[in-house]
Design a protein around this ligand. Structure first.
Ligand code: AHR
Length: 484
C-alpha cells in the first residue's frame, strides 16, 4: 500500500508559473512549417499557424525562450527585422542550413501575444558582440527618440515590446557551441554584456548560461559567475536532456534521482555563494532547456515519436521543479513545435504527442504554492539503485481557491493502490482526477492513432480526510481537490 500525507499548511515556497515555460528555436521545422507557415490555409495573414496557437494555448506557457539554442550563437537579430523580401538569407552554422530570416523578433513577439506568453530572448554571446546585444534591448524596449526605436516604429511597432527576460548566450560550456567559452571568459563576457544591457533597460532580468554539459568545470563556472556578476545575474541557467537509449525502463524511471541530485547541488552552490559573498539579491535557477529525447521504435531524435514512458519522465521532471520551487523559478520545455516537441504539424493539421498531456495537466492544475509532502510505499530497483519509491509525487495549493493539486507518477509496470491522507483540514466536495496512461510504456501517438495516450478524466469523491485510488500501471494521475 502506498500512502501520501499532505498538510496544506506545510508550504515549501511559492511556485513560479514560469516553470511551465517553453522554448522555440530556428531548428528543423520548429519555426518554418511549425509556428510560421506562410501561405498555409491554417495560418493567419501574418503566417502564424492558428492550429498551433490553439494547441500552445492549452499548455498555458507563461514564458517562451527564443531564438536558440545553438542557433543564437551565430544569429544577427538585425537580419530578421524589416521588410521580409529585403531580409538576407544567411548560412547557419549551428544546424548547417540556410536561414531565410523571414521570421524574426517582431514575428516572434506577435506569436507570443497570440499564445499569451511572455517573450524571453537569448542574445548572441558566441560570434556576436555586446553592441548587438544592447542594441537588441534598445530596439525591443526603448522609448527615446533613437534610431533603433524609430526603426521599430517604422517596422510597425509603435509601442515597445517590453521584453523583460534576456539570456546571455547559450550552452557556452560545450565545444558544439559557436564561441564556446572557458569559465573565466564567460564570467567576464556575461558581466560586460549584462552591464550594458541593464544600462539600456534597468528593469530587465538577466539569465546566465551556467551548465549544459555538466562537465567537471560546472561548479567553477557557477562560482566565477556569482563572484564576478552576482550584482547582475537574476537566473542561473542549466540544461539537461535525457533518453532511454539503453532501453531499460526502470533505469529510465530512476532518473528522478539525477534531477534531484543536480538541483540540490545547484541550490547548494547558490546558497554557499550567497553566504560567502553576502549576495542579497535573489538569484534563482532557470532550467531553460529540459526534456526527454524520444528513442522509440517509431523513430527517435529531434523529430521522433514520444512514447508513454517519455511522458512519465517529463512528469517526473515537472515534479522535481515543483519540489524545488524555492530555487527553480523558470523552466522551459525544449522545444514546443516539431523539434523534440509535444506538438507535431503537417500541412493539413497537427498531432499532440504523449508528452503534451502531462504538461497540459500540470500547467492547468498547479496552484501557486508548492507543498512539502511525505509519501511512502512500494519500491523498485533501477539505474543501479534499490529502494526507490514507485510513486514520484509533488503537490501544490491554490491558496485563493483552496484547491490542492497532487501530481502522482506511478512508475511501476503494475497497477497499485494509494491513499492520500489529509493531515490538516478536510476535503470538501467532488474533485477531479486526470489520468494519463496507455497500453504499455512504449505506446506512441500517431496521425493514424492520435489518442493512444491522452488525458482521461475520472470522477473523484474523497471522504472527509482521505481519498483512496487505484493507479493504473505506468501512468500519471493529477488530482485536484477542494480543501477546507
Ligand atoms: O534544443 C536543441 C538544442 O539542444 C539546443 O539548440 C541546444 O541549446 C541544446 O544542445
Amino acid at each position: 500500500m502506498n500512502t501520501i500525507k499532505v498538510d496544506p499548511g506545510r508550504t515549501l515556497a511559492p511556485l513560479s508559473r514560469h516553470v511551465f515555460g517553453g522554448f522555440v528555436e530556428h531548428l528543423g521545422r520548429c519555426i518554418y512549417g511549425g509556428i510560421y507557415d506562410e501561405g498555409s490555409r491554417l495560418a493567419d495573414e501574418h503566417g502564424i499557424r492558428q492550429d498551433v496557437v490553439e494547441a500552445v494555448r492549452r499548455l498555458r506557457m507563461p514564458i517562451m525562450r527564443y531564438p536558440g539554442g545553438n542557433f543564437v550563437s551565430g544569429y544577427r537579430w538585425q537580419d530578421g527585422i524589416g521588410p521580409k523580401d529585403e531580409r538576407p538569407a544567411r548560412a547557419e552554422l549551428a544546424w548547417h542550413t540556410v536561414e531565410s530570416n523571414r521570421f524574426g523578433t517582431d514575428e516572434f513577439i506577435r506569436f507570443c501575444r497570440q499564445v499569451d506568453t511572455e517573450p524571453y530572448l537569448a542574445v548572441n554571446c558566441g560570434d556576436g558582440s555586446m553592441r548587438e546585444a544592447r542594441d537588441w534591448v534598445e530596439y525591443c524596449n526603448g522609448t527615446s527618440e533613437t534610431a533603433l526605436v524609430k526603426l521599430r516604429r517604422r517596422n510597425g511597432y509603435e509601442a515597445p515590446h517590453n521584453v523583460r527576460y534576456w539570456g546571455v548566450g547559450n550552452e557556452v560550456d560545450g565545444p558544439w557551441q559557436m564561441g564556446m567559452k572557458t569559465p573565466e571568459e564567460y564570467a567576464r563576457a556575461f558581466t560586460e554584456y549584462g552591464k550594458l544591457m541593464k544600462w539600456v533597460d534597468p528593469d530587465i532580468k538577466l539569465v546566465a548560461a551556467w551548465t549544459s554539459g555538466w562537465f567537471e568545470d560546472w561548479v567553477e563556472r557557477g562560482q566565477l559567475l556569482l563572484e564576478q556578476a552576482g550584482h547582475l545575474v537574476d537566473y542561473m541557467a542549466i540544461h539537461w536532456y535525457v533518453d532511454n537509449r539503453s532501453n531499460d525502463y526502470y533505469q529510465y524511471m530512476a532518473l528522478s534521482e539525477l534531477f534531484e541530485e543536480r538541483l540540490t547541488a545547484c541550490e547548494g552552490l547558490l546558497a554557499a555563494m550567497k553566504t560567502c559573498r553576502k549576495l542579497e539579491r535573489p538569484i534563482y535557477l532557470a532550467v531553460d532547456e529540459w526534456n526527454a529525447i524520444p528513442h522509440s521504435e517509431h523513430g527517435g531524435g529531434i523529430d521522433g515519436s514520444y512514447s508513454l514512458e517519455d511522458a512519465l519522465v517529463d512528469a517526473i521532471q515537472l515534479n522535481a521543479f515543483i519540489r524545488h520551487a524555492g530555487s527553480v523559478k523558470m523552466a522551459n520545455l525544449a522545444q514546443v513545435v516539431n523539434v523534440i516537441a509535444p506538438i507535431v504539424t503537417r500541412p493539413d493539421g497537427l498531432l499532440l504527442q504523449t508528452i503534451f498531456y502531462p504538461f497540459e495537466a500540470y500547467s492547468q492544475q498547479a496552484g501557486d504554492v508548492a507543498l512539502d509532502i511525505y509519501w511512502d510505499g512500494d519500491t523498485f530497483e533501477g539505474g543501479g539503485r534499490a529502494g526507490l519509491r514507485v510513486l514520484d509525487v509533488a503537490a501544490t495549493l491554490d491558496e485563493g481557491a483552496r484547491r490542492l493539486a497532487l501530481f502522482i507518477v506511478n512508475r511501476s509496470l503494475e497497477g497499485c493502490d494509494v491513499t492520500v491522507d489529509l493531515q490538516a483540514g478536510r476535503f470538501v466536495g467532488a474533485g477531479r482526477q486526470l489520468v494519463i496512461g496507455g497500453a504499455n510504456p512504449q505506446v506512441v501517438n500517431t496521425f493514424a492513432d492520435p489518442y493512444a495516450v491522452a488525458t482521461v478524466e475520472k470522477p473523484l469523491m474523497p471522504q472527509d480526510e482521505q481519498v483512496t485510488l487505484e493507479l493504473e500501471p505506468h501512468s500519471i494521475t493529477v488530482l485536484s481537490l477542494p480543501v477546507a
